[in-house]
Design a protein around this ligand. Sequence first.
Ligand code: AMP
Length: 226
Amino acid sequence: MIAVVLGAPGSGKGTQSRLLSEKHHLSHVATGDILRSEIAMGTALGRQADGYVKKGQLVPDELVTAMLASRIERAPNDDYFLDGFPRNLRQAEELDKLLKRWDGRVDTALFLSLPAAEALKRLSARQICAKCGAVYNAVTKPVRKPGVCDACGGDVVARGDDAKETAVRRIAVYEKETTPLLDHYRRRGILREIDAAGDPIRVSRAMEAALADFWDHRDGDGSGGT
Ligand code: AMP
């Protein structure tokens, strides 16, 4: 199964995808996480991507698409949760071409819907662990010990691109580049819209229900997937 998760920066894509991937043994591929790790390691890709990420712009399609392809090529038969890819129509087309090589396709698109003002508010309070990527929120989900990850003891910091001006740009880029994907997947009949405001546990349940619905229809036997 290939599930893509769509939503504005701050809508909870990463947190929710990570949770559900662990629970259902899906491979979680977050292009933003991979890029941040390439940047931290100072690889050639990281050096090319750095400026774009810092400014809140999309990294060129060719770079991100090649990066995603090499990840999927390693285990083409896995079930995937794609978080942060595709980000525009061109990437969606490239993804279709890529998956076709294994007779695959995007099976379901989960859209975490959140007003821009709320997304911005969340980004201003977001903190992440520089080591394991765990996501916190200074207001709603603070770390137990300031600056230290509860999960791995790594440093917990605000993401540079969550600074107000960059966050505003990222939301504008999302609205211009990524929201056309909603219609793209709606036309295919695979878009599931989930209200991402409020309690994360409720959001998580709604995402699970959407996945279970897909599995039930696919299997036709109500077994509900993994
Ligand atoms: P994210 O962690 O998903 O918010 O992504 C952080 C940043 O990584 C974005 O603002 C972009 O600069 C870059 N990025 C992540 N995924 C993509 C993608 N699919 N295409 C282009 N740039 C991306």
